[in-house]
Design a protein around this ligand. Sequence first.
Ligand code: AMP
Ligand code: ZN
Length: 139
Amino acid sequence: MSDCIFCKIIDGELPSAKVYEDENVYAFMDIGQVTEGHVLLIPKKHCENIYEMDEETASNLFRVAPQIANAIKKAYDPKGMNLVNNNGSFADQSVFHFHLHFLPRFDETDGFNVSWEQHNDDYTPEKLQEIAEKISAAL
Ligand code: AMP
Ligand code: ZN
């Protein structure tokens, strides 16, 4: 897509620090380095988000994900690693070409923060089953 910065990176029109490339995917350093070693993995085929991804594009991308994660792990020996994918502005997506963030984790103050609330007490097994059926019916 002509006005997509990640398509431009793939085409070499914009610079990037490349980590990995094959015929289907491209991995490079996130310019923001939330934690050191922060890598983005993207499909070469432009798709805006997870909803637009076809099976082949998804499998080509996720096939490579363990290799990227293991390379970061080997290079940095982090205490953990978060994989993040944001879809839609409300979910903090700012570049509308699908990307998977790899964020090595070092300590509590390494720059990465995520907080969410669990609501176990609000959901009975029956309610969970009802929700599962609602989603299942939409498959
Ligand atoms: P998101 O907010 O999930 O859409 O993530 C977009 C990411 O792209 C951010 O972490 C940015 O730092 C990163 N980013 C934006 N422009 C560039 C660029 N030219 N090169 C590398 N990373 C970029
Ligand atoms: Zn694109």
